[in-house]
Design a protein around this ligand. Structure first.
Ligand SMILES: [Zn+2]
Length: 276
């Protein structure tokens, strides 16, 4: 399941192909969207932006294509008249003179007016997007300390897209590890310094993952792991995620796993101890 940084990278490649260019064809598979094909053809794409796990493609006539990939959707960007090599079901095509962007398999596609976005059933419930709306430490602290969120366990809270948009399973584990906070802690159990560290790591690690295409470990640790022969990305990108039973890079204790809501949370019982 892609997390914020992966969705952002997908949006970047679609934006590169479409933004500031007039479309030559817009195609929808679903009959109820066919009426928008004419309205969007010959129009310029103004922006392509992720919101949580959805992508918003905005045109210069104030219409926006909302698409959510769910589990199966996938975008392909190709040059000229090429067609992607796939057996998936085509749902949406946006073409211009140089490029085509195709969305396959996604079932959640809508065309909205820009002013309808705020009331949209999914978008209206989303917290600030860590990569596109860029909330600062202060805003995240305010949310962490609010009556709505302060009594929730951090391990669950970080995955709640209403709290912040863009975090998934690997970022949750790595953020809590770097913040030295146990997943079962609630904001109300933490001191100001803990929460400041948490807010800072949420921002920092999400941006790092975007820049490095998913490498969360600090560059110095990555260099030393590579020097030890761990040259596959999966061997050097994480400190705790999917490393159950392996040694912690900081304290040498063994990484553990707890199961919560059908998903695994990985953590170091020593670096992220529960007080008391
Ligand atoms: Zn440790």
């Amino acid at each position: 399941m892609p997390e914020g940084p992966e969705i952002r990278l997908a949006a970047d490649s679609i934006a590169k192909a479409l933004v500031s260019k007039k479309t030559t064809e817009v195609f929808f598979t679903y009959p109820h969207l066919k009426k928008f094909e004419k309205k969007l053809t010959g129009k310029k794409v103004v922006s392509v932006e992720p919101r949580g796990k959805a992508i918003l493609t905005t045109f210069d006539n104030d219409l926006v294509i909302y698409s959510h990939n769910q589990l199966y959707g996938r975008w392909y960007v190709v040059t000229g008249d090429e067609l992607p090599d796939t057996h998936r079901q085509l749902r949406l095509a946006i073409r211009n003179r140089g490029y085509s962007a195709f969305l396959y398999s996604a079932s959640d596609i809508e065309v909205l007016k820009a002013n309808q976005l705020l009331k949209h059933k999914f978008l209206s419930k989303l917290g600030p997007d860590l990569l596109s709306q860029k909330p600062g430490v202060g805003e995240l602290l305010e949310r962490l300390e609010s009556a709505k969120y302060r009594n929730r366990q951090l391990g669950n809270l970080l995955l709640d897209q209403g709290f912040v948009a863009g975090l998934g399973n690997y970022l949750r584990a790595e953020i809590l590890f770097r913040s030295r906070l146990h997943p079962r802690l609630r904001a109300v159990d933490c001191c100001r310094g803990d929460l400041e560290r948490l807010a800072t790591e949420m921002i920092r690690l999400t941006r790092r993952s975007y820049k490095t295409r998913g490498v969360i470990n600090p560059p110095s640790l990555v260099r030393s792991l590579k020097a030890q022969g761990k040259t596959d990305k999966e061997q050097y990108r994480f400190s705790v995620y999917a490393r159950e039973g392996e040694h912690c890079y900081i304290c040498n204790d063994r990484i553990e796993r707890i199961d919560s809501g059908g998903r695994h949370i990985y953590f170091c019982p020593n670096c992220q101890s529960l007080p008391g």
